[in-house]
Design a protein around this ligand. Structure first.
Ligand code: ADP
Ligand code: ZN
Length: 432
């Protein structure tokens, strides 16, 4: 039923006590790093102690810019020789952020991953295909070690090459696969081109999807297309990577492992905690990391705590699916828009394919939001009156949702350019 029962169903009072102990230990460790060694609030807690986890609010935040400024060693809290691996973001906008792990950290991460997968119903009898990039991106190795710890037969398939992915699935009887949601539509196309139907021609029963925002509608579609249960997996490199928060078989929000992280949700303007159940920015602190503890990290991801207890019995709180990053939001004609609002509208329509893209452009001195929408092959035929009706219908639905009238461009399936990794949903070409 549970991977680590004593921790997963710990009474909240005791869970918070454990958090305080682990946070004190984390601060002691962090104080070895040049950056955290300079933080007076950490010193103060180390001198006078901490009695309740709410006191974490007295500590300063750490931002992505902070992590970059002290690049590359400013956050290292241990001797360099203890470090056995680093992961790093792509760094397209300046210095990359780097995260270091020692043996303890890697073991702890693998355990969180195994716990997460177990909660989603994966067992050692499963054959697990990891369809994602291995290397500095944490989805590859992060899942790999967790899957091995759980004891599945792992297939480290890597990203891309759909015909080979399908062959591996069929040859070895893959039952569970992990991939980013925006890839799965493409994979399905290749299944069809090869004359296969994943529902009939594979043994898949579970997909783990994550690493990028997606809507409930998109999840349901994936479940339908592949004939599986799909579970949401959330993580970020600064907090290890995958294994931070995961859906259990109830599919009712993502349990955050609170023995390994302190989770807060703040109002990004006032920096104060939001009222319970309200959406805000996720702030996270590591509780079981040695080489590089991170304290009160502002993730920029927007979510809320879900109320009530989960039927699975786990006491660790659940997050709602991430509705986007605060920096995903764009303003057009004075309205604030999140790409996921648009995805939510599109994925409900059976005629719409799996890909879409939002272009922001200046046309005749006016800002416009152009939404390119792939229409499924069976609908994208010569029936112009039908396509015209569909276009008007989508225009109306999106306008009602975001209060801006979009220009809708219906396009053929497969015509929107694909990103290498995570999907790029918004392209801003406005002149201003
Ligand atoms: P990058 O910042 O380069 O994308 P990461 O691989 O660390 O690097 O990505 C972490 C980010 O990916 C998270 O902060 C979040 O924005 C997004 N993300 C990860 N998992 C999910 C998920 N299940 N749902 C929505 N967004 C996710
Ligand atoms: Zn649960």
């Amino acid at each position: 039923m549970y991977w680590e029962k004593e921790l997963e169903i710990l009474e909240r009072k005791n869970l918070q006590k454990l958090q305080v102990e682990r946070l004190m230990k984390t601060m002691r460790q962090a104080a070895n790093a040049p950056y955290y060694g300079r933080v007076p609030e950490i010193r103060a807690f180390l001198d006078s102690g901490m009695t309740s986890i709410e006191q974490i609010r007295e500590l300063p935040f750490t931002s992505k810019e902070d992590l970059r400024q002290d690049f590359p060693w400013g956050f290292l809290s241990t001797d360099k020789r203890d470090v056995v691996r680093l992961h790093s973001s792509s760094g397209t906008t300046g210095n990359p952020t780097v995260v270091y792990h020692n043996r303890h950290d890697l073991d702890s991460w693998a355990n969180l991953m195994a716990r997460s997968l177990f909660a989603a119903g994966v067992r050692d009898t499963d054959v697990f295909q990891n369809i994602c990039g291995y290397g500095l991106f944490t989805g590859g190795l992060g899942f790999q070690y967790g899957v091995e710890k759980l004891g599945c037969l792992s297939i480290p398939a890597g990203a891309g090459n759909s015909p080979r992915q399908i062959k591996l699935m069929r040859d070895f009887g893959t039952t569970v696969a992990h991939a980013i949601p925006s890839y799965l539509g493409r994979l399905l196309d290749v299944f069809r081109e090869e004359g296969f139907d994943p529902r009939r021609d594979t043994k898949l029963h579970t997909l783990v999807i994550g690493a990028e925002p997606h809507t409930e509608e998109h999840r349901r579609r994936i479940e339908e297309m592949f004939g599986v249960k799909a579970y949401n997996s959330f993580g970020l490199s600064e907090m290890n990577g995958p294994g931070v928060a995961f859906e259990c078989t109830e599919q009712n929000g993502l349990h955050v492992w609170e023995d390994a992280y302190v989770v807060e949700i703040i109002d990004p303007q006032t920096l104060q905690p939001v009222a319970d159940g309200e959406i805000g920015e996720l702030v996270m602190t590591t509780l079981d990391r040695q080489a590089m503890p991170v304290i009160r990290y502002r993730t920029r991801d927007l979510t809320r705590f879900l109320p009530g207890e989960c039927r699975c019995g786990r006491t660790h709180r659940r997050l709602d699916r991430i509705s986007g990053r605060s920096d995903d939001m764009f303003i057009v004609k004075g309205c604030n828009v999140f790409p996921m609002q648009i995805e939510g509208v599109l994925m409900k329509l059976p005629e719409v394919g799996d890909d879409y893209r939002i272009l922001l452009d200046t046309i005749d001195d006016q800002d416009e939001m152009i939404v390119e929408v792939e229409v499924k092959k069976e609908w994208f035929r010569g029936d112009l009156a039908f396509l015209d009706r569909l276009q008007r219908h989508i225009t109306r639905l999106i306008r009602d949702e975001v209060l801006v009238r979009p220009l809708i461009k219906l396009v053929e399936p497969g015509s929107i350019p694909k990103a290498e990794g995570k999907a790029v949903r918004v392209i801003d070409q406005r002149k201003n």
